[in-house]
Design a protein around this ligand. Structure first.
Ligand code: B12
Ligand SMILES: *[C@@H]1O[C@H](CO)[C@@H](O)[C@H](O)[C@H]1NC(C)=O
Ligand SMILES: *[C@@H]1O[C@H](CO)[C@@H](O)[C@H](O)[C@H]1NC(C)=O
Ligand SMILES: *[C@@H]1O[C@H](CO)[C@@H](O)[C@H](O)[C@H]1NC(C)=O
Ligand SMILES: *[C@@H]1O[C@H](CO)[C@@H](O)[C@H](O)[C@H]1NC(C)=O
Ligand SMILES: *[C@@H]1O[C@H](CO)[C@@H](O)[C@H](O)[C@H]1NC(C)=O
Ligand SMILES: *[C@@H]1O[C@H](CO)[C@@H](O)[C@H](O)[C@H]1NC(C)=O
Length: 159
């Protein structure tokens, strides 16, 4: 049931692209079109692996790393819910957009706000490389040895 909802959200997140033409839009879709591959939302349960979730807030001078487990193919949404269930010192709130899926609104009691121009930026670290996610938590599927970073920051314009 929960999985159906997540798959739907990932699909819904793609809808805005489907009506648009041009090579740029097609390349934006490519990572999602390899259905059955490791990046899409329909990959099944293939076993657990451990990973880390780091919550950083430079303004509050907090930097907490949580250890958790993820299932192969499970979106970050599921991983964060599992983390909260197993360690309630981690909590978060979210808003569902019918366009791009699930948006992280607040983490550990700190909300982003348009008023203050702040939000929780999501990043993925592999080795020493840190990259911002190009999709939200309903579509990002973490891999083994990945560190998922939630960084409270001031909004910057992004396309
Ligand atoms: C402005 C903007 C933001 C602002 C939104 C708040 C604000 N101050 O307005 C901020 C900076 C917070 C933001 C954050 C992120 N964003 Co943004 N954002 C946009 C942008 C440029 C415009 C959205 C907009 O205003 N639309 C007009 C209004 C009227 O429509 P709306 O539906 O109400 O818009 C809301 C949603 O789009 C929502 N929103 C914005 N970004 C995201 C991302 C996700 C995953 C979700 C679920 C919702 C969401 O906030 C908007 C304002 O309330 C779009 C690109 C575009 N041109 O659409 C990217 C875009 C939607 N964002 C994107 C991404 C990836 C993110 C981040 C995941 C980046 C990151 N690595 O952290 C984060 C979200 C992290 C989280 N906490 O969950 C992608 C989504 C791609 C996808 N397929 O999922 C887009 C399409 C940019 C891109 N081309 O890569 N974003
Ligand atoms: C947070 O702590 C981790 C591990 O202790 C460290 O690698 C990282 O650089 C720190 N991040 C920030 C923003 O201080
Ligand atoms: C929850 O996470 C914190 C930070 O990593 C850790 O210190 C604590 O032991 C964890 N609690 C449980 C119940 O796992
Ligand atoms: C979430 O965590 C923050 C910080 O630990 C705490 O102040 C807040 O009460 C928690 N919220 C919920 C709903 O548990
Ligand atoms: C953060 O946002 C949630 C809803 O997403 C709300 O319930 C909560 O009261 C807000 N917390 C603060 C400190 O503004
Ligand atoms: C904006 O920032 C101030 C100061 O940190 C905080 O007290 C306030 O709650 C924030 N506003 C929102 C809407 O979160
Ligand atoms: C996190 O946000 C702070 C404040 O904007 C910024 O200085 C820092 O570089 C960010 N960290 C990462 C890993 O992007």
């Amino acid at each position: 049931m929960a999985l159906t909802v997540i798959s739907f959200l990932c699909f819904a997140a793609l809808l805005p692209f489907l009506g648009l033409g041009g090579p740029d839009d097609c390349s934006a879709l490519l990572p999602f079109l390899r259905l059955g591959g490791p990046d899409d939302c329909s990959a099944g349960n293939q076993g657990p692996f451990s990973m880390e979730v780091t919550v950083t807030n430079k303004f509050a001078k907090t930097n907490i790393t949580y250890s958790t487990t993820a299932e192969v193919g499970m979106p970050m949404f599921g991983v964060l819910n599992h983390l909260h269930k197993t360690n309630n010192s981690f909590n978060y709130t979210y808003i569902i957009y019918d366009t791009y899926g699930i948006f992280v609104n607040g983490v550990n009691g700190v909300n982003g706000s348009t008023e203050n121009n702040t939000y929780w930026q999501l990043l993925s670290q592999k080795g020493s490389t840190i990259k911002p996610l190009s999709v939200g938590i309903s579509c990002h599927i973490p891999k083994k040895d990945e560190i998922f970073i939630m960084n409270f920051t001031t909004s910057s314009c992004h396309i």
